[in-house]
Design a protein around this ligand. Structure first.
Ligand SMILES: [Mg+2]
Length: 389
């Protein structure tokens, strides 16, 4: 099996929404196609991948470093013993001549190709990606359905509290039980009113998570924690800067409810430092590393295994990113759940067009690969053009 070509493009991911720290008006995303000479149904297998929302496209790193490294490598060095592309070897090839540390935007570029390679391998072996993850990393065990919640409740100047509660009611009507809203982008008193209004819709604090997007100073985060503790929320996400481990530890000492962090840490080493020094509690807190942003599913799986060695069950992971990749990892590694974005980051966010949300759960698609072809708008507007051009 050979990689014959790798194509990348930058796609817009614009949206009028905002969280506590950023708006999404200029957001872009890198989309990658890895062409191979393997055949499935008589056609060459092509794997697709992209980085995740909330960050930017990485065309320069892809074109100038990663793609040439893979295409210049001796092809046999990229294969496993069965002669199929080996994601771990390709991952190592991409990281050649990259210094340790500084896990920033190159991680998203590696992640996009890594996702595409995994898609190509699963298509070559003609099985859904979650089954491949289960076979290789989880002794064949998988979950047929996965708990899922919508990431939503963004700040939108035109929407107001009524629009927010309408949005949450819409999620309930669509089959979700747990949902998430933003905090920290308004004064605390206003956010408490927003939370109380949403609690009137979702029924119980355990059905609502809040996300401050790392936008609060530590002392303000502690005020939020104290004010929100009586609500018994599902979790308080990214209260402070993702690298301020001491602040995490302080919040964990005083806030009885779960906190959730990880989407803005992009490597195994950063993740391990969080677990070593962030004071987090393996009996309740959530880990939300983003498989597209942290050097791809290959490194994400290493993070899950590392966390397990430090006493964290795979059930404490709920990958950020709200896309099919997270769903396959959650099903194949039996994680605690995953996120989705019914209303934003389309057509990249969310699952297949025919995905059904039932009692807060969703099933991964039963097609070979990650199933991005089951999203018609994504395929027709962004993936098929890569095949043609
Ligand atoms: Mg978040």
């Amino acid at each position: 099996m050979r990689i014959t070509k790798i194509v990348e493009t930058s796609a817009p991911m614009r949206s009028s929404i905002a969280n506590a720290v950023i708006d999404f008006s200029q957001m872009t995303i890198s989309v990658v196609a890895v062409f191979t000479d393997a055949l499935s149904d008589g056609k060459p297998v092509v794997g697709f991948g992209f980085n995740s929302n909330g960050r930017y496209a990485q065309g320069g790193v892809l074109r100038e470093r990663l793609i040439p490294r893979i295409l210049d490598a001796e092809p046999d060095t990229l294969l496993d013993d069965g002669g199929i592309l080996d994601p771990e070897r390709i991952h190592a090839c991409m990281m050649k001549n990259e210094k340790p540390g500084g896990h920033g935007e190159r991680a998203f570029a590696v992640g996009a190709i890594d996702a595409a390679v995994w898609d190509a391998v699963a298509k070559t072996l003609e099985k859904p990606l979650y089954r491949l993850f289960a076979e290789r990393y989880n002794e064949g065990r998988f979950d047929a359905k996965v708990p899922v919640y919508p990431g939503g409740g963004y700040y939108d100047a035109e929407k107001g509290i009524e629009g927010l509660t309408d949005e949450m009611q819409g999620y309930r009507d669509a089959g979700y039980t747990l949902m998430k809203m933003k905090v920290g982008g308004a004064p605390l008193a206003d956010d408490l009113k927003r939370i109380e209004a949403v609690l009137g819709v979702v029924g119980a604090g355990s059905n609502l998570a809040v996300d401050a997007n790392a936008g609060l100073r530590p002392e303000t985060a502690l005020e939020y924690a104290a004010a929100m503790a009586p609500f018994g929320l599902a979790w308080f996400e990214e209260p402070v800067d993702p690298l301020d481990f001491a602040a995490h530890a302080e919040i964990c000492q005083t806030y009885p409810g779960p906190i959730a962090v990880g989407e803005n840490l992009f490597s195994l080493t950063d993740a391990r430092n969080l677990l070593r020094h962030g004071g987090m509690r393996s009996d309740r807190d959530w880990l939300q590393f983003d498989p597209s942003l942290c050097y791809g599913p290959t490194e994400f799986i290493r993070i899950v295994k590392m966390a397990q060695d430090l006493g964290w069950s795979p059930k404490r992971h709920g990958p950020h990113g709200g896309q099919l990749l997270g769903l396959h990892l959650a099903a194949g590694l039996q994680l605690g759940g995953t996120e989705t974005y019914p209303l934003v980051f389309q057509p990249f966010g969310g699952f297949g067009d025919d995905a059904v949300i039932e009692d807060g759960n969703v099933r991964p698609p039963e097609v070979a690969g990650s199933g991005l072809e089951t999203k018609a708008k994504l395929y027709n507007n962004f993936l098929k053009p890569l095949l043609d051009g």
